[in-house]
Design a protein around this ligand. Structure first.
Ligand code: 5RP
Length: 219
C-alpha cells in the first residue's frame, strides 16, 4: 500500500525539477522509484530531509543539492504519521520533523504518501506529537509542554536519548485530544527551547493514500 502511494506520487516528478526527498519507510519506495527513473535518464536534483535519506539517495545515484544552493523546491514527496480531513498532519515519527517542515514550507507542491492506517478523524489521539527541543534546559521545556495538558516523554533509542540530525532531543507529547491544531502549533513554537513541532498545518497540497482497494488522492 505504501509502495502504491509512493509510486503514484513519483509520476508528478518531471525532468529538470528540484525534488524534496522525505524521510520514512513510505518515502523510501519513492526514492527507489526515483533512482530507477534517474538511471533511465530522468534529470532531477534532490534535497533530502534527513541524513538517512541523503545516504539512501546517494546510494541510488540521485543527484543532490541543498536548500542553501536552491531556495525553491518544485515538488516534495514525504510521509506522515497522521493525516486529517483538512490535510493537516502529524509528522516526526522518524525524528526528521524540523528539516521536513522547512522543506515543506519552501516547496511549491507538497505531496504526502501514506497507507490508509494514517488517515484519522482527529490529530493526536493515537499518535503522540513529536516536538524537537534543544538539550539545554530540556526538563524545563518539558514542564512547559506539560502545561498544554499532555504527557511528555523523552524519546530514547537503546536506553539513550534519541538525537536528531540537528543535535537535539525529541519530546513525544501524548494528548488525549487536540482541539485547535493550528493554535497549538503556534503556541508550542513560542516556548523557548522548542525548535519545532510535528504539526504541519496548511502545508500540504495533496495526500496519496494507498489501501487494499487501490490508491486515492485527497486534495
Ligand atoms: C519522519 C516522518 C515520517 O514521514 C513519518 O514518520 C512516516 O513514516 P513511515 O512512512 O515510515 O510510516 O515524519 O520524521
Amino acid at each position: 500500500m505504501k509502495k502504491l502511494a509512493a509510486e503514484k506520487a513519483v509520476k508528478h516528478v518531471e525532468n529538470g525539477m528540484i525534488v524534496g526527498l522525505g524521510t520514512g519507510s513510505t518515502t523510501e519506495y519513492a526514492l527507489k522509484e526515483l533512482g530507477r527513473l534517474v538511471a533511465k535518464g530522468l534529470s532531477i536534483k534532490g534535497i533530502p530531509t534527513s541524513l538517512h535519506t541523503r545516504r539512501m539517495a546517494k546510494a541510488l545515484n540521485i543527484p543532490l543539492t541543498n536548500l542553501e544552493e536552491c531556495t525553491e523546491i518544485d515538488i516534495t514527496i514525504d510521509g506522515a504519521d497522521e493525516v486529517d480531513s483538512n490535510l493537516n498532519l502529524i509528522k516526526g515519527g522518524g525524528g526528521a520533523l524540523t528539516r521536513e517542515k522547512i522543506i515543506a514550507y519552501h516547496s511549491k507542491r507538497e505531496i504526502i504518501v501514506v497507507d490508509d492506517s494514517k488517515v484519522v478523524k482527529a490529530l493526536g489521539i493515537d499518535f503522540p506529537l513529536p516536538v524537537e527541543v534543544v538539550k539545554f534546559g530540556w526538563t524545563a521545556t518539558q514542564k512547559s509542554l506539560e502545561e498544554f495538558g499532555c504527557k511528555v516523554s523523552l524519546r530514547t533509542i537503546m536506553n539513550d536519548p534519541f538525537i536528531t540530525d540537528n543535535g537535539n532531543y525529541i519530546l513525544d507529547c501524548d494528548f488525549e485530544h487536540i482541539d485547535d491544531a493550528e493554535q497549538l502549533e503556534s503556541d508550542l513554537n513560542h516556548i523557548p527551547g522548542v525548535v519545532e513541532n510535528g504539526l504541519f498545518i496548511g502545508l500540504v497540497d495533496e495526500v496519496i493514500v494507498g489501501s487494499k482497494q487501490g490508491v486515492k488522492t485527497l486534495e
